[in-house]
Design a protein around this ligand. Structure first.
Ligand code: FEO
Length: 396
């Protein structure tokens, strides 16, 4: 990908990773991009780098605009290695004594990633840096996504370089919101649900703070995916909605199955939920990815987990999704558990314990059916679904 000018003297110089499909456990079915931005002013500034293995390609993109040795300052908005992996190689190319601007926590974290090798310069929240015609402002955004995260804001063109926030794991030449279709919102939502959901309260505070500051934002340049230049408010408003975790009249029935018995229950439960006018979907864990399940969970009012009992405990794939979901701290959910069993049947109670530990409100103690559900067992599962559907309606 060549450098693309996004405002006078400001270029996108990052790279597309077309082939990545697993981003440490998150399914990236469309690939991703590691965005970096070059500002050519009296001082030449590079904002963020890329994954280590893509660094030479980023340097080639920069070289299509300017000799990389002319870069005076590097800004590290975020330490995670999809954005800092190329730092040492970049500094080696442009001059190792040149400064790397970062937040207070960025200084600590970059020092621990690249001990003694970078000329780090801490910037304070709100600090300004004049680079010629432009002035950049640094905004600390701790935990969006790491303690070191910060935004850089260009006052002249009102561009927010937002690091992970407002990003999407999406690979494409479209590059801008006005060139890509509505499909991008699914990828933005998936990114939020799997990376930022647990920091939702901080996001709401940050958006309030930015509103109070009267910061006008015409363009948002995240570190992954497309740039929001036509309608940046669309993604900001979506972040407010997702952060509030306001649910739809919707339930998901997440399960795994050994001999189709728990599957048969899941489908009858989903049908019972839908009979109450509530959107319902059975999701087989081994036919889905945990990150897609989490995306579906974001706006579901009820989450129903099903597992057979295997070796006196929960099926391992179900335990995986429960552990993953717990870490992301979804709020305001109703929940229930079910499963088929052979002789001991501990899974349902164990799942209930996990759901309670996530602060979910348990609708029903749970449904267990021994071995294979017959017609009356499937009726029981349908009725269990009806109870869940009614609880969703009552809660809306
Ligand atoms: Fe894209 Fe938190 O790194």
């Amino acid at each position: 990908m060549k450098a693309v000018e996004i405002a006078e003297g400001i270029y996108s110089v990052g790279v597309i990773d077309w082939n990545i499909r697993d981003f440490h456990g998150y399914s990236t079915e469309k690939g991703s991009s590691y965005n970096a931005y070059l500002i050519v002013d009296e001082k030449v500034v590079l904002i963020d780098t890329v994954k280590k293995e893509f660094t030479d390609r980023m340097l080639e993109n920069i070289a299509s605009v300017i000799d990389p040795k002319r870069i005076d300052i590097v800004i590290s908005n975020h330490t995670e290695m999809d954005h800092s992996g190329g730092l040492q190689r970049v500094m080696h190319s442009i001059g190792e004594d040149k400064p790397v601007y970062c937040s207070k926590m960025g200084l600590k974290n970059l020092s621990q990633h690249f001990p003694g090798s970078l000329n780090l310069r801490e910037v304070a929240n709100g600090e300004e840096l004049n680079i010629g015609k432009r002035t950049l402002t640094f905004l600390e955004t701790r935990m969006l996504h790491w303690p070191d995260s910060m935004f850089t804001y260009d006052k002249t063109d009102k561009i927010l370089f937002s690091s992970d926030a407002f990003g999407q794991h999406y690979a494409g030449f479209e590059m801008f919101d006005d060139r890509v279709g509505d499909e991008i919102m699914y990828h933005a939502k998936k990114y939020f649900a799997n990376i930022l959901l647990l920091y939702a309260p901080l996001i709401l505070k940050l958006i309030d703070k930015v509103t109070e500051m009267g910061l006008e934002i015409k363009t948002i340049c995240p570190d992954h995916g497309i740039i929001w230049r036509k309608d940046p408010a669309r993604i900001i408003n979506a972040y407010v909605e997702w952060s509030k975790q306001e649910a739809k009249k919707k339930a998901i029935v997440v399960y795994d199955t050994m001999w189709h018995s728990t599957e048969s229950m899941a489908e009858a439960i989903a049908e019972g939920i839908a009979s109450q006018g509530v959107e319902a979907r059975p999701i087989h864990i081994r036919s889905s990815d945990r990150s897609d399940i989490m995306t579906e969970a974001l706006n579901a009012k009820a989450i129903v987990f099903g597992s057979p009992t295997l070796n006196n405990t929960i099926f391992p794939t179900v335990a995986d999704v429960l552990a993953y979901m717990k870490g992301l701290k979804p709020k305001n959910k109703l929940a229930a558990a079910f499963g088929s069993y052979g002789w001991s049947g501990e899974a349902v109670e164990e799942i209930r314990g996990h759901l309670e530990s996530m602060g979910m409100e348990i609708i029903d103690p749970g449904l267990r059916i021994q071995y294979v559900p017959d017609a009356s067992g499937r009726e029981e599962a349908f009725a269990f679904g009806q109870t869940i559907g009614k609880a969703v309606n009552d809660a809306m």
